[in-house]
Each structure stands twice: as C-alpha cells, then as structure tokens.
Ligand binder design. Sequence first.
Ligand code: ADP
Ligand code: MG
Length: 418
Amino acid sequence: MADRSGKRAVLGIETSCDETAAAVLDLHGTILAETVISQFADHAPFGGVVPEIAARVHLRYLPSQVAHVMAQAGIGMQDLAGVAATTGPGLIGGLIVGCQFAKGLALAADIPFLSINHLEAHALTARLPSLTGGTADFPYLLLLLSGGHSQCITVRGVGRHERLGGTVDDAVGEAFDKVAKLLGLGWPGGPALERLAQSGDPNAYPLPRPMLRRPGCDFSFSGLKTAVAHLVAAGLTDQARADLAASFQHAVTDVLADRATHAMRMIRERHPQADLLVIAGGVAANTAIRSALSQAAERQGFRLLAPPGRLCSDNAVMVAWAGIERLRLGLTDGMDVAPRPRWPLSDLAGPSLAMPARDAATRAAPHSGDDPAPHSGDDPAPHGGDNPAPRSGDDPAPRSGDDPAPHSGDDAQRVGAG
Ligand code: ADP
Ligand code: MG
C-alpha cells in the first residue's frame, strides 16, 4: 500500500535500553525488514545495564542497522511516509541517540517524525495485522512483564491508556534477574533460571506469594526475592538450587495468574465487551508463565495473545507499528520533542481521559510538547535525564545483581524500558 504521494513504509527505531533495533513496515503493518542487536555481552561483566555503555553501543550500531533494514526492505528514503523512534521512557543517553538520528532522517527526507512512547509501542503490538488479523479491537488488557516494567494496563485506543495496577517494588524480570544472580546464573538471568527450573521440583519450597488474592492488581516481588536469599545463604546442593529455581518460578507464576485474573475482572467491570488479554515484555517468553496466564484467561472468558518472543521483548517492529497507528490519525510530532526518561502512559491520555469509554476508544490524544513533572508509581523512572541524582563515572548503576538499593514504584531504581 502506498499513500497518495507514493510513500509506502515507516522506519522504526528502538534505543531506549539495551537493544539497538530498527525495522521497516509497510503502511498495512507488514514487516519488510527487522533487526535487533542485544547488548548482553557489553553489560554482562557489570551484572546489569550500564547507561553510558548502552548509549555508546547504540551510537556505534544504529546507522548501520538502519542502512541494513532499508536495504533489506528494498526501499529508499523517498519511500518512507515517516520515521518513528522511541523517545521515552528509558535511558536518556540511548533515547537521545535514537531520537536525534530519527529526527535527522526525517528532516533530510522532509517527512514526518513520530515520537513513540515505548510502553504504548508494547501495548499496540497486539494490533499488528500479522498477529491477530486485525481482531485486537480496543479496549483490551495488557500485562507488561519486563525487566523494567510490571503493569496491568487498559488499552482503550491510540494514546488512550489506563493503568490498573503494577509492581510496588521490583519488576518481575528484575526479580528473575536478582534471584538468578543469587543462584549463580549470571545476567540476564530469566532464561537461565527457567532452564534450571526444568530439573527442579516446583513444590519443594513453600515460598511466599505476595499480594495473592488482595483487591486490585498490584504486584510485589521483593519479599519473594528476600525469602530466596535466606535459603541461598543457608547453603544449597545442586538439586536444591534447581528446586529453589522451580519453586520461585512457581510462586511468581501463581502471583501473576492471580493478579491477571483480578485485572481481567476490573476491565470487565468498566468495559463488559473486553475479551482480550495481551502479554508483552521479556518475561512473557517464560513457558510456565504463558501457560498459567492462558488458563487464567480461559477461566475468565478471555483470549490470550502472547506475541512471539522477538516481538515481546524490546524491538523496533512495535515502534514502527505504533508510528503507523499514529500516522493514520495524523498524530505526527515536531522537531522540538525532547526524549523523556520518565513518561508514564497516563500522560498520553490528555485531558479527555474522563470521556465515556465508547468515545475514548476511538479518540487519540497528541503527546508532544509539554512535559509535566515526573511521576512516581506508574512511572518507569530510569536513570539520567531529569533524574535529580544522575549516575556518572564510577557508578555504573547496574539494574540487577548486587545492588542493595531498595526499589520502589514501578522500578524507580532500575533502568530502561520494557
Ligand atoms: P527490559 O529491556 O526492560 O529489561 P525486556 O523486554 O528486554 O525488558 O526483557 C528482559 C527481561 O526479561 C529480563 O529481566 C530477563 O531476565 C527477562 N526474561 C527473558 N526471558 C525470560 C524467561 N524465559 N523467563 C523469565 N524471565 C525472562
Ligand atoms: Mg531489554
């Protein structure tokens, strides 16, 4: 499909945390080319993402990644209808790299620049035609489970989201990473912990299930992590390590299924027609969690949509797609947009949030310009930028590992985007 001027694709760029990604989608949302470079090796020696290193790696790889996807898609700049880049929330250094690069391309080609909220990009992935054939109608429930975010969100429309609940301390991926580190599994630990759990007994250790059956759909994982730390400190055999990994995963799975069930009931109360639960974020790759959420969804009469792993974790396909959704509504952005390390989804909703749901689902709100004071709570609050205590020099600020700092809100101590 081409628009009236013959433009036929959108370029997406993602640099908010530790993935350097670019993708080209045609205006229907068909993926023409995509690439992701994960920076695991660059950060692993530090046990977590180091913001300064992340920004430099983005700078090193982004130009060639963009050239690569353009060539693979077989298009030139003159074919692009817009350039979309994640401009928040995330690590300020990486956001600046991606945002400025995208603006430069948009200026040079005289095409629209699209400023994308990373959380909204995750939220809208479900509407990629290749995933659902266009059946993900608003409103639906998003359960975002990443290293940086654990949130239940009602997705009511482009730019129209409502946070139902989220973590009060660690994000779920962060809890996996910290427990994996306690078990000596390196970083990032989620996939390694899942592998170890396969040879363990999930009922071996009766670990706490924080927030289980509490009203609402908030999560908490720090107490569970502490319980594991005490058991590790007492000394473990190899089999006990596997049992503990399996028991931890089982506890997290129970909590997520319970919280998701509450969230489904909450969205149903407000939107009786809602019947879709979407999961996103790196932790959504976990088989036990997927399966428990699938059963929970079925019990509530919901469909579960779990995009393939590469579209669950950080990627640029979702950024390009969010750009297409916004472009269709005429929601382009000016060159004055600044990257926002903190950018809660609620800020996208604008003053019309109080509108009746029927109207709200079809209305979009622009999101450039004014930047209200940073929030806490549903605010992913990564390092840097407008952070009053910027990290520098000798403080590599890893987001997991042996960092004793307590976490608050939706990961106030942790970097990156989900
Ligand atoms: P972010 O960039 O915010 O950390 P991602 O969406 O890139 O988020 O996801 C990375 C997170 O997902 C890490 O915390 C990682 O440990 C976790 N993760 C990845 N795969 C799994 C898995 N199979 N089981 C549990 N956690 C996982
Ligand atoms: Mg990541």
